[in-house]
Design a binder for this molecule. Structure first.
Ligand code: GLP
Length: 244
């Protein structure tokens, strides 16, 4: 694992955007795995600014998002479909047919999961997957205890995750209880992974990832066994890491 240290969130976002822009320039048909949450917002903003200024084209890029809440339609303000439109899709030129997120209101959720997995495979797999880190070690919405062999599936969200995400809703009661997420095995098949970690509230999780044991109780620990992972972390996130 390669660790890139950023001074603060702004620098982290800049470095992460440059990382993606470089991959898109190297391979205009790259398949990107995308994430939501507070952490990647600055990255997307930087990518949008670069698109505006330098016209880096995403017209042949395909994207697959990690997850979506069960029960929220694509046009719900808190759906991840909407998040992606607001923060990236409305600002760069990725054609709609090349953008993929799980459908949280599919009538048959099991088929939706299988179908999503099939679409990823048919696209040739994910070249670069962006990840954030949950304070409890979750990646995507793979909560502690999720099998490392899981593929795209439905999860029950941990109470701590619902509490953490309540800030995006009008209170915790509105936060869905379930989500569809790429599985750990889906994520691990990505050719390259970029993990972003920012802020003191992630310091403990980052320490555990870097210095703890690999096990399903801390899902992100599996990343230490992947061949090509880059972590960009800011000083606050590294504050609990020995020699961080
Ligand atoms: C969310 C998302 C994850 C995200 C993580 C951290 O629940 N499902 O994909 O990486 O939790 O979120 P944040 O960046 O807001 O701290």
């Amino acid at each position: 694992m390669r660790i890139i240290k950023a001074t603060d969130y702004q620098e982290l976002s800049h470095l992460a955007a440059d990382f993606f822009i470089e991959r898109v320039k190297e391979n205009p048909e790259v398949t990107l795995g995308l994430a939501t949450g507070g952490t990647p917002r600055g990255t997307y903003q930087r990518m949008a600014e670069d698109y505006y200024k330098n016209h880096t084209s995403y017209s042949r890029v395909s994207t697959f998002n990690l997850d979506e809440y069960v029960g929220l339609p694509a046009d719900h303000p808190n759906s991840y479909h909407q998040f992606m439109k607001t923060h990236l899709f409305n600002k760069v030129d990725i054609p709609a047919k090349q953008r993929h997120l799980p459908n949280g209101v599919a009538s048959d959720i099991t088929s939706e999961c299988l179908n999503y997995e099939r679409l990823i495979e048919e696209s040739g797999g994910i070249d670069v997957q962006l990840l954030g880190l949950g304070s409890n070690g979750h990646i995507g919405f793979n909560e502690p205890g999720t099998s490392f062999h899981a593929r795209t599936h439905v999860v029950e969200l941990a109470q701590s995750t619902r509490e953490a995400n309540a800030r995006f809703f009008n209170g915790i009661d509105e936060v869905p209880r379930e989500a569809i997420t790429m599985g750990i095995s889906t994520i691990m098949k990505s050719k390259e992974i970029l993990l972003l970690v920012s802020g003191e509230e992630k310091a403990h999780a980052l320490r555990q990832l870097l210095h703890g044991d690999v096990g399903e109780e801390f899902p992100a620990s599996i990343l230490t066994t992947h061949q090509n992972v880059t972590i960009i972390a800011d000083q606050k996130a590294l504050s609990d890491v020995p020699h961080g």
